[in-house]
Every structure is written in C-alpha cells, then in structure tokens.
Design a protein around this ligand. Structure first.
Ligand code: ADP
Ligand code: MN
Ligand code: MN
Ligand code: MN
Length: 350
C-alpha cells in the first residue's frame, strides 16, 4: 500500500432494538483527507435502519480518534490509521430516526452557558457466545465448588478475584492511545464484571467517547474470543447488576450544595420518564437490592448508595461539586441519558 493512503474505521450506532449496537467498516482514504474524511454510506437494511427497498443510509463523520488497534508496527508511524465516529443520516441529510446524537447536540447548544459536565461509569460483564457470564468458572470457589458469593471480587487482586484483567488492561491502553477521555478502571462486585469511567466532559464529548470506548472493548475482547455484555442483569440470583452511574454537574452546582440538591429534586420529579429511557430491563436491576434503589421509588441522599441519586460526601463538605444518578443501566444510550439530564436540570433547577 502506498504510504499516501491510510485506513479509516467508520464507526456508527445502529438501530437494533431495544439496545443499539455499534458497527464499523473500513475505508482507505488519502492522507490529505485525514482531517476531513469523506461522507460515506452503508446498507441500512442489515443494521435495522432501513427497509431493503430503499436501504441506503448516510455516514456523516463527526469525531476522529487515532486507531490504537492498527498500530501493528507495519506502518511507518502511529498516526496513520484513524477511527471516524459518524452520525447516521437519511439520504436527504436529515438525522435518521436511530440518530440520538443530533438531538443531544441541540440541547447542549441551548444550555452550553451552564457548562454541563458528565462522568460516566460504564460497567460490563465478560460472557461466552451464549451470553452466559464466564467469571463464575474462574472465580475462587467455596467448599461446594461454587463461586464464592460477592465480596472478594470488587477491586480484587489475584487469580479467581480479578477475572479477565488482561483484556481490561489492553482496553485501557487502547483508549489512552486513541485519545479517549478515560479516567479509570476497576474490578466490580460480580466475578468477571468490570467498570471503566469516561469524563468528566461536556455531554456530547463524553457520549461520543463512551461509544468509541465500548467499541474498542468489543474489539479487544474479540481478540481473546470473549464477548462483552452490557446487559443490566447478566446473572440471576444474589449478584449485582451492571449500571452506568452518571455523574453530573453544572457550573453552579460545582460551587453550591444547594444547586446540587435542586438538581436532584428536579431529576426526581421526572423519575418515571427517566426510568423509561435509562436502558432496557431496568426494572430487573433496580430492585432495591444490590446497591440500588427500587425503580418504584425515588430518593436522594449524601453518601447513600441505596439512593437513586447520591451526593458524594465531599460535595456536602465542600459546598458544591456534582451528583451521581445511579439509575442508568449499563446498556443505556449515553446520547439519550445525558440529553435528558441536561434538559431536566438546566430547565428546572439551575
Ligand atoms: P464511584 O465512587 O461512584 O465508583 P467513580 O470514581 O467510578 O465513582 O466515578 C466518578 C466519576 O465522576 C468520574 O468519571 C469523574 O470524572 C466524574 N466526576 C468528577 N467530578 C465531576 C463533576 N464535577 N461533574 C461531573 N462528573 C464528575
Ligand atoms: Mn465507579
Ligand atoms: Mn461500579
Ligand atoms: Mn458510582
């Protein structure tokens, strides 16, 4: 291949219901196009985004990242492969109905002066091809040769406690190389369950980066023949579900506990609507057990991990900071969640 040509991986969110999936395909573009990759298209009838009879959908590039998976040493420098995050448009260039990003951009523009920031805690679970969690097979065992109950796994170290760490580390490196605003990782409460955090950043950036980080996770795990589940309740029984705790602040909230409390109250007033938009299967996860508050009630409190919204203790002490909405599921769409929170708090509270 001529060194004038580079690989561009076009990435988009599809129309799979109830939970969208991320898709990608490669286009070889010239180095001159790297800052302005061409608009492209795909067959929407294969991604739940169109009927076969008029199947074309448009890919409009909106964000660019270095491609950390293609830095294989064969290329002359590390910047010569990129990932291109796209919005999906109809052929008349209007946003496709599956495109939740367009609506978020509008809401963000409207409330930009309030400086909304988000930090997202993405939990996920390693599963086999059938969708069964694999952590139990590798977990420390009790006398009955069953995985030990929850306890040793969260932030654990050692075989049987930190299950799948190699993939987790490779994903972290990939995100950092790509320029994703990843801010941390930790092993979670259920065996084979982990979390990474993205942000804090504005709602559009944090959501774009979360989608690309999810994509990279699928790609890294693919190399190990392991699947990723964003299912919010991957194992029945006495095991934690998987969430996407959403930390949020505005300029005012960052210096006022009172503004943080008003934001929490506003998010309580729209509780039912929010629950309906926080990801598939949320009723099975928000049971009131396993560090959750039941979906049927709303409460907020300082340091309370059994509340719908937690105000971290430092925020009470320092009179300002952020709030943690603990309700969103791991399988939520961050474009939807950050839009609804921005809209609710900026219209009703601050
Ligand atoms: P937890 O104690 O709930 O596990 P984490 O450390 O996993 O918390 O995640 C906290 C998240 O909150 C991080 O992504 C961080 O970037 C984010 N965060 C910190 N300060 C703010 C802020 N002022 N506004 C929004 N998000 C913030
Ligand atoms: Mn966390
Ligand atoms: Mn967590
Ligand atoms: Mn949290």
């Amino acid at each position: 291949m001529s060194t004038d040509m580079i690989k561009a991986e076009y990435i988009w969110v599809d129309g799979t219901k109830p939970t969208a999936q991320v898709r990608s395909k490669t286009r070889i573009i010239s180095r001159a196009e790297i800052r302005n990759p061409p608009v492209w298209g795909f067959d929407g009838s294969s991604t739940n985004q169109a009927e076969g009879s008029s199947s074309d959908c448009v890919l409009k590039p909106v964000e660019y990242f270095r491609d950390p998976l293609r830095c294989c040493g064969l290329s002359p420098n590390e910047d010569d492969s990129i990932m291109v995050l796209c919005e999906v448009l109809n052929v008349d260039m209007t946003p496709h109905e599956s495109n939740e990003r367009g609506a978020l951009v509008e809401v963000y523009e409207k409330h930009k002066d309030k400086e909304p920031w988000f930090g997202l805690e993405q939990e996920y679970t390693f599963v086999d091809l059938f969708g069964n969690p694999i952590g139990f097979d590798y977990a420390v065992q009790d006398e009955d040769h069953e995985a030990q109950p929850q306890g040793p796994y969260y932030c654990g170290a050692g075989a049987g406690r930190a299950i799948g760490r190699e993939i987790v580390e490779q994903h972290l490196d990939a995100c950092i190389k790509a320029g994703i605003k990843i801010s941390g990782i930790n092993a979670e409460v259920m065996p084979g369950q982990w979390e990474f955090q993205v942000g804090a950043a504005d709602p559009v950036t944090v959501s774009d980066h979360l989608w690309v980080a999810r994509y990279l996770l699928e790609r890294v795990a693919e190399r190990h023949d392991i699947c990723i589940s964003f299912d919010s309740k991957p194992a029945d029984g006495d095991w934690n579900g998987a969430g996407c705790h959403t930390n949020f602040s505005t300029k005012k909230m960052r210096s006022s506990l009172d503004a943080c409390e008003r934001a929490a109250v506003a998010l309580g007033e729209r509780h039912k609507m929010l629950i309906e938009n926080y990801g598939e299967g949320i009723e099975e996860r928000l049971t009131g057990e396993h560090e959750t508050c039941s979906y049927e009630e709303f409460k907020y409190g300082v340091s309370d991990r059994g509340a719908s919204i937690r105000i971290p203790w430092q925020v009470a002490k320092e009179d300002g900071g952020y709030i943690e909405d603990r309700r969103p599921n791991a399988n939520c769409d961050p474009y939807v969640v950050t839009r609804l929170i921005t809209e609710t708090v900026c219209e009703m509270a601050v």
